[in-house]
Design a protein around this ligand. Structure first.
Ligand SMILES: NC(=O)C1=CN([C@@H]2O[C@H](COP(=O)(O)OP(=O)(O)OC[C@H]3O[C@@H](n4cnc5c(N)ncnc54)[C@H](OP(=O)(O)O)[C@@H]3O)[C@@H](O)[C@H]2O)C=CC1
Ligand SMILES: O=C(O)C1=N[C@H](C(=O)O)C[C@H](O)C1
Length: 245
């Protein structure tokens, strides 16, 4: 399988290029970075994107128009962006696009476990901690986790999380995503870490995941590269590809 990588010189792109080169049955035919022509990737069957929230939509439009399957790890997505991608895919129904905020198995399990735990706790908050070079906040993983928890809480009939705050320095309670407070830390020495804290009378539960090395993402990225052509349309997350959902 011929694979190209957009964002090839970046932290994740470089790791992905290494992983693809070493993977059985995969050839890295192009590594495209800022300023390089996308046409270098025109013979690829699958394109992996680890670029920037400002760049990824243009890259995806190009992939879909050129009939290329895409595996996207770049973050910064929202409903409007997903709707736009689905609209582009209407003209190319055979093309597969997999977008995952996190490819590491620990992060995926942490999101699944958070979804299961959500119904049992009146309180929940998310703390995401990353290296200081990250462009977006909150992280894509924290945003996705918050949406999953909010959905589970709604299904369970839970109301708003308890919070008596009346006086607040702006930002002190973090960002709010569907009613879930999300706090972001940017810290030298860190890679990617997340704590989901649940609380109810007399107890708390903390689900913590730590990524220490970008190698953690590669099994998930390679699975998505292998599977994307068998999943036409837009797939969000790799849970279904891993038989987890
Ligand atoms: N889904 C997941 O599991 C993970 C997702 N991520 C996400 O991946 C993205 C990249 O992260 P990271 O590798 O740390 O970031 P980096 O800044 O290290 O890498 C991004 C690379 O993309 C390049 N780039 C920017 N625009 C374009 C473009 N239009 N075409 C081609 N290349 C471009 C950048 O070049 P330049 O610097 O010159 O602009 C840079 O080399 C982020 O959104 C991050 O949140 C990160 C880790 C895991
Ligand atoms: O920028 C990063 O490093 C990461 N980005 C992703 C995100 O925004 O969730 C995945 C992981 O947290 C690392």
């Amino acid at each position: 399988m011929d694979v190209a990588v957009f964002g090839a010189n970046g932290r994740m792109g470089a790791e992905t290029c290494r992983a693809v080169r070493q993977a059985d049955g995969m050839n890295l035919i192009a590594g495209v970075d800022h300023g390089d022509p996308r046409d270098e990737a025109k013979n690829a069957e699958v394109i992996v994107d680890f670029t920037h929230p400002d760049a990824v939509m243009g890259n995806l439009q190009w992939c879909i128009e050129h009939g290329k399957h895409a595996v996207v790890g770049t973050t910064g997505f929202n409903q409007e962006r997903y709707d736009q991608i689905r609209a582009w895919l209407e003209a190319k129904p055979e093309v597969g696009v997999v977008i995952a905020a996190n490819f590491s198995i620990g992060a995926i399990l942490s999101m699944e476990l958070s979804k299961r735990a959500a119904r049992y706790y009146e309180s929940v908050e998310i703390i995401e901690m990353h290296h200081p070079h990250k462009a977006d906040a909150p992280s894509g993983t924290a945003t996705t986790t918050a949406h999953k928890i909010a959905e589970a809480r709604e299904e369970a009939g839970l109301g708003a999380v308890p919070d008596a705050t009346e006086h607040e320095v702006p930002g002190a309670r973090g960002a709010t995503i569907e009613g879930i407070h999300v706090h972001g830390v940017r810290m030298a020495g860190m890679v990617a870490h997340q704590q989901v804290m649940f609380g109810t009378a007399g107890e708390t539960l903390t689900l913590r995941h730590d990524s220490y090395d970008r190698a953690a993402y590669m099994p998930g990225v390679l699975t998505a590269v292998r599977e994307v052509s068998s999943h036409p349309g837009l797939t969000l997350g790799i849970e279904t590809l891993l038989d987890l959902a």
